[in-house]
Design a protein around this ligand. Structure first.
Ligand code: GAR
Length: 211
């Protein structure tokens, strides 16, 4: 069984999707062993506690820079025997030392179809504001491995979602979560835990054998 450590900063609806998938038996070969939050008041911590999942708080504001924060995080991940790290609404950019130590073992969910609306400054609601500003008719979500380039790692799964005429960023965010993020994140986590993902030339491939 692989140890899945989920990193959060906010509401934790993606964490909830992982917990629900685990309860249904849809995460094969792994279990959520710990939730680490960068904020003490993140509601995601309550979701973990309600489901008897151990939690840790490592407040980002207690550290001067990303390098010192990543060092503290790295120690915690080591102590937790993390096999897979899931960034589920985690709002801190990781230092390259941690990314290199856990190469192709860190998964992020991003609320757009990468390479659209991604990179520095594109997070949370801002992503949907930009999609509406541009007037795209399709958006969606992407689950990818994390590398040194912000939102630039190998893409594991993507799912498209339609934009509607009267959408606000909040309405679009909710639709993208419901129709895409909460589905593809648990699916990608299970594929990783079942060892069905490989990476070559910055591209991820799924092993469909046996399906
Ligand atoms: C989600 O929409 C996630 O894709 C996004 O933040 C939200 C967190 O919601 N992440 C990013 O923008 C990362 N670049 P949640 O706390 O309810 O899961």
């Amino acid at each position: 069984m692989k140890n899945i450590v989920v990193l959060v900063s906010g509401g934790g609806t993606n964490l909830q999707a992982l917990i629900d998938a685990q309860k249904r038996g849809d995460i094969r070969g792994g279990r959520i062993s710990c939730v680490i939050s960068s904020k003490a008041d993140a509601y995601a911590l309550t979701r973990a506690k309600n489901n008897d999942i151990p939690t840790r708080v490592i407040p980002r504001k207690d550290y001067a820079d990303n390098a010192s924060y990543s060092k503290a995080l790295h120690e915690a991940l080591y102590e937790e025997y993390a096999d897979l790290i899931v960034l589920a609404g985690f709002m801190t950019i990781l230092d390259k030392s941690i990314i290199q130590a856990y190469k192709n073992q860190i998964i992020n969910v991003h609320p757009s179809l990468i390479p659209s609306f991604c990179g520095d400054g594109f997070y949370g609601l801002h992503v949907h504001e930009k999609a509406l500003e541009k007037g795209v008719k399709l958006t969606g979500a992407t689950v990818h491995f994390v590398n040194e380039i912000c939102d630039g790692g190998p893409i594991i799964l993507q799912k498209a979602v339609e934009v509607q005429n009267n959408d606000t960023p909040e309405i679009l965010q909710k639709r993208v979560m419901e129709q895409a993020e909460w589905k593809i994140l648990p699916e990608a986590v299970s594929l990783f835990c079942e060892e069905r993902l490989t990476v070559k030339d910055n591209k991820a491939y799924i092993d469909y054998k046996g399906e």
